[in-house]
Write a new protein. Structure first.
Ligand SMILES: [Mg+2]
Length: 221
């Protein structure tokens, strides 16, 4: 491998796609009951921003937003708050693949680019489940920078990758972008980056890929 810098997607690349839907979302839903009764000022302040006519049935309203996958900014902030506490209290641990943990540790020059917010990315890499059953691992010291759609733009837009190159001060040919999404790889390769298609258990099936090198095990990288 000639690329010296790694730019990594998260879901479907370094951890299972199911983590968000099967762990993070249910964790939040399970906390809504105590959330609406919370006396925490930050929570009260957020809840007060929901519509006036929903204030008498907040629990049902919030669960409905989650169920219908509504991108509500207040809901997003509440979720971020609940997940942060969950990570900090050890109730949530991020299931980063063992070979991805090793890749991140040995690479030295790793950046992350995910649609999830930079804040959420840092929480995730700061609270990684130890595959050997020990206490949580903190991979943040091995990661040089984080990018999301707010810092850099959509992941399917080649301009986003040019912005990231500028931010990290590297040439496109120095950087290897790994993702499970071929549209993201299309955009990255249009910007001149090297690319690898991550194929992991639970990912959506890829359709007739003949453009990208496939990797199912990062220990060979
Ligand atoms: Mg992905």
């Amino acid at each position: 491998m000639t690329s010296r810098v790694l730019l990594l997607d998260i879901e479907g690349t370094v951890c299972p796609i199911s983590f968000v839907k099967e762990v993070l979302f249910p964790f939040f839903s399970g906390k809504v009951d105590s959330l609406v009764q919370s006396n925490e000022p930050v929570v009260r302040e957020l809840l007060a921003q929901f519509p006036q006519d929903k204030q008498h049935c907040l629990q049902e309203y919030i669960l409905e937003l989650v169920d219908r996958d509504i991108k509500d900014p207040v809901l997003k902030q509440l979720q971020g708050h609940v997940w942060e506490q969950g990570y900090e209290q050890g109730e949530i641990k991020a299931p980063v693949y063992r070979d991805a943990i090793e890749l991140i540790r040995r690479s030295g020059d790793v950046y992350i680019y995910s649609s999830g917010s930079v804040k959420a990315q840092k929480l995730l890499f700061g609270h990684v489940e130890d595959p050997n059953g020990g206490s949580c691992l903190d991979l943040q010291p091995f990661i040089r920078g984080y990018f999301d759609i707010n810092t850099s733009g959509k992941k399917t837009d080649s301009e986003s990758y040019r912005r990231i190159l500028k931010d990290i001060g590297r040439e496109a040919s120095d950087v290897l972008f790994m993702s499970d999404n071929e549209l993201e790889l299309d955009a990255a390769s249009e910007a001149g980056l090297n690319t690898i298609l991550a194929v992991r258990p639970g990912n959506a099936p890829i359709s007739g890929n003949d453009r990208y090198e496939i990797l199912t095990d990062y220990s060979t990288l």
